[in-house]
Design a protein around this ligand. Structure first.
Ligand code: FES
Length: 168
């Protein structure tokens, strides 16, 4: 014998609970929606930094390769036998104004492990302070130490009182 009152219709098997029939967004639906929103928030909070970590080197490489020319407005005032570091795309590069008034532009990224090199005017060489790598200041050729390859060379042109550096 059933304990339900005779005035209430019997709920068929598999019929939804009364909680699910309260309206378009009942308590259970709201909790599911809230859990979904919170889950999406956590996924974004974790996923975005991971995406940035993975995508950054790819984006930087694309940006670096997209740059083909850099104009240095004030580089003509660089004294003889001195140098300056500048950005070519996203990577450091070095411009050298030699004692004989010629110019050289090279990548400043050491071909050994990527340290930034510097110009040593007293020896007229490019030096890497990380492991004492030495390069020729005119050509970028690796002379001594661990660097396995020359520094990448850029073309230098003087135009309208500016130094224009481009990919060779
Ligand atoms: S990183 Fe330049 S010599 Fe090692």
């Amino acid at each position: 014998m059933s304990e339900e009152s005779p005035n209430q219709p019997e709920c068929p098997k598999g019929a939804p609970d009364s909680d699910e029939n309260d309206g378009p967004l009942d308590r259970r639906g709201f909790l599911k929606l809230a859990a979904g929103v919170v889950g999406a928030g956590y996924a974004a909070a974790i996923g975005y930094p991971v995406y940035r970590y993975i995508a950054s080197p790819v984006e930087q490489a694309a940006m670096a390769s997209a740059v083909t020319e850099v104009t240095l407005d004030n580089a003509l005032s660089l004294p003889l036998n001195s140098s300056m570091i500048f950005k070519f795309g996203t990577a450091p590069a070095i411009l050298i104004h030699h004692a004989n008034d010629t110019w050289t532009a090279l990548s400043a990224v050491c071909t050994h492990l990527g340290c930034t090199v510097n110009y040593q005017p007293e020896n007229n060489v490019i030096f890497c302070p990380c492991h004492s790598g030495v390069y020729n200041a005119e050509t970028g050729a690796n002379i001594s130490g661990p660097p396995p390859k020359p520094l990448k060379q850029y073309q230098v042109q003087i135009s309208d009182g500016k130094v224009v550096i481009s990919r060779a």
